[in-house]
Design a protein around this ligand. Sequence first.
Ligand code: TZP
Length: 220
Amino acid sequence: MARISKENLKDALKVYFIMGSVNCTIHPTEVLRQAIAGGITMFQFREKGKGALIGDEKYKLAKELQWICRDNQIPFLVNDDIELAMALDADGVHIGQEDEPAEYVRKQIGDKILGISVHSYEEATAAIQSGADYFGIGPIFLTETKEDAKPVQGTTVIQEFRANGITMPIVGIGGITPENAAIVISAGADGVSVITAISKAASIPDAVIELKKSVFSVKN
Ligand code: TZP
């Protein structure tokens, strides 16, 4: 399989839903089904935080979520856990700066999608060298979801990257809602990645529909 093209990936990143069991108030499979009904474009399984599943339970949930994605032609990525991604034959993985070195991960996963969280120009150039397919940049806004999140950085880093000619697909993350998603796209991101504003929405499909409207209201 060839590496995914930049253009296809930019489309897939538009409304990128990230979730694990700890982010849900109803069963994660139901949350994912409703998010897909609303129109998410990509999904990442991120089973992290207090009370997160491990071992067989984690594998079983990942498999269930992957099947729902497959049935609906939604790319399914795994956060951090390369072994799980390979065991499931996931579509890709997302890693942070504290995870396995990106070059090693690229070798392990072959042509699967590789997303890397970056916070500076130096990290971005290193990630490009290592074979990243897209960057996750954040936290853009205040978030309560990631306890060890870096300070809120707004959209400055995204704007700087674009001003310096970085053409890598970019997705913003952290505190993104239907109300502020357009700001992230206007700054130069291709899409938004969202946990709480979808997983804990009063109406999950409506939240996704509103996020999509906000993302597509900006023509870059
Ligand atoms: N990385 C930076 S902020 C964040 C991650 C995983 C959490 C985003 O969650 P939310 O609920 O969309 O703010």
